[in-house]
Design a protein around this ligand. Structure first.
Ligand code: CMC
Length: 428
């Protein structure tokens, strides 16, 4: 936009009028550029939790939370869920275009070539205590990758992001499966060159010397779909973490490791595990859903309905709608009758008809039904958030890459100091 076309908002402050440029994105999202505010006025803006703060310009993902729209690089997530694979979606996020046949072959082959974990890293798993949460193991192992690939600095990544991104997407899958095998005391299963991404992961998870794993195409498709739906979600807490950490020119692995830690929280990716825990508790209370709904509404009770509510969506989360349908389809195909699915649907029905949830626009989010699919696939509950991380990797990398290419300034918010004013040291 040329200088003459720029529109301005006016701020009247201390007898002065400050003109602040109005910005508009390609989907008509509007913002006010306050970058010169402090310099011109001495004031800062305060927005804890970043309800109103845009921290960057991004071309990766578009969300309209009022209409329930989610698009990666312009393509609706519904189309990708129906027609694409996770590997194609990852390529799309990283390269801003869907791969053609040749590009997909090359990308898949790179994923395959980089699927091995450095042998010395296998011993790391022995050092974790029994019962260590796989998300903690995952973030530690990703950070440790920096020590094995020390040449991955900002400069080489700019030139060769393809290799580093692919290595990360492929290796993390291996780390996740190894962490699981370690936790159940079974020998690890190495990646296989002849299996595509999701089937390869499932094989590493479930193959054993005494019971070979048989790849089930419905299970593979369901996993593919879940990973696609988790692949990006613009400036969520973990992605913002990746961008913030990376803004200090921290390398890709360490930045992603920080993102994994952010994701593990129960208000973020950790919610998928917490949902199943909550449903089980409801079951144990003889299915008294209303009691739990009342607890969630009680301001004196910290309990929340897990898998409900979202900072951005003020209507149904489009991912939840697809996952709910897939959940039904998969359970039917696998002939599984999971009482937790019936309970979840009943809970959704009660909550979405309750004034408290209606007034606050609280609907099921991506985490509400995903755990039921993971259970059907045989993924243990403490691995649910690891699955979220596997899916989110291409998004994190795309944002890190974008952040680097924009020559981003270091993230460094300000504060309003509310502590003691000047006082002096007193001798004891
Ligand atoms: N159960 C009960 N009340 C809720 C819930 C819930 N799940 N979520 C929000 N509220 C209430 C909240 O108490 C507040 O009420 P009031 O206005 O009376 O104070 C109002 O709704 C707005 O909530 P908020 O905490 O200001 O909203 P937020 O945007 O800061 O939080 C959230 C978003 C996802 C953290 C929150 O909805 C929540 O804690 N949900 C449960 C955890 C969960 O499912 N997380 C997964 C999110 S989706 C996956 C991802 O991308 O991370």
């Amino acid at each position: 936009m040329s200088e003459s076309e720029t529109k301005y908002a006016e701020l009247h402050l201390d007898g002065k009028v400050i003109r602040l440029p109005i910005l508009e994105g390609t989907e008509q999202e509007k913002g006010i550029d306050i970058s010169a505010l402090r310099k011109e006025t001495g004031y800062i803006t305060v927005d804890p939790g970043f309800f109103n703060t845009g921290a960057c310009y991004s071309k990766v993902t578009f969300i309209d939370g009022e209409k329930g729209i989610l698009r990666y690089r312009g393509i609706p997530v519904e189309e990708l869920a129906e027609k694409a694979t996770f590997v194609q979606t990852a390529y799309l996020l990283l390269h801003d275009r869907l791969p053609n046949e040749k590009q997909l072959k090359a990308f898949s082959s790179l994923l395959n070539l980089n699927s091995m974990l450095h042998e010395d890293m296998r011993h790391f798993f022995d050092g974790f205590p029994r019962g260590a949460h796989p998300m903690h193991i995952l973030s530690t192992m990703i950070n440790a990758l920096c020590t094995f690939y020390p040449n991955v600095d900002m400069l080489s990544l700019k030139e060769d992001i393809n290799l580093s991104a692919t290595r990360l997407i492929s290796t993390v899958r291996t780390v996740a499966a190894f962490a699981y095998k370690k936790s159940i005391g079974e020998p690890i299963v190495y990646p296989r060159y002849d299996l595509p991404y999701c089937a390869n992961f499932l094989n590493m998870m479930f193959d054993s010397p005494v019971k070979p794993y048989e790849v089930n195409k419905d299970v593979v498709r369901a996993l593919d779909l879940l990973l696609i739906l988790h692949a990006d979600h613009e400036q969520n807490c973990s992605t913002t973490t990746v961008r913030t950490v990376g803004s200090a020119q921290v390398d890709l692995y360490a930045s992603i490791s920080a993102g994994v830690s952010a994701l593990s929280g129960p208000l973020h990716g950790g919610a998928n595990q917490a949902v199943i825990d909550m449903l089980r508790k409801i079951m144990r209370s003889e299915g008294n859903i209303q009691k739990f709904v009342e607890r969630a509404k009680d301001k004196n009770n910290p309990f929340r309905l897990m898998g409900f509510g979202h900072r951005i969506y003020k209507t149904f989360d489009p991912r939840a709608t697809i996952i709910k349908k897939t959940c039904h389809d998969l359970l039917e195909k696998l002939k599984i009758n999971d009482p937790l699915l019936d309970l979840a649907m009943e809970l959704e029905d009660i909550a979405t008809h309750d004034d408290y949830f209606i007034e606050r626009n609280l609907y099921p989010n991506v985490d509400f039904y995903s755990g039921i699919i993971y259970r059907a696939i045989g993924i243990p509950e403490n691995m649910f958030t690891v699955m979220f991380a596997l899916g989110r990797l291409p998004g994190w990398i795309a944002h890190w890459q974008e952040m680097i290419s924009q020559n981003t300034k270091i993230s460094r918010p300000r504060q309003i100091y509310t502590g003691k004013t000047l006082r002096h040291y007193e001798k004891i």
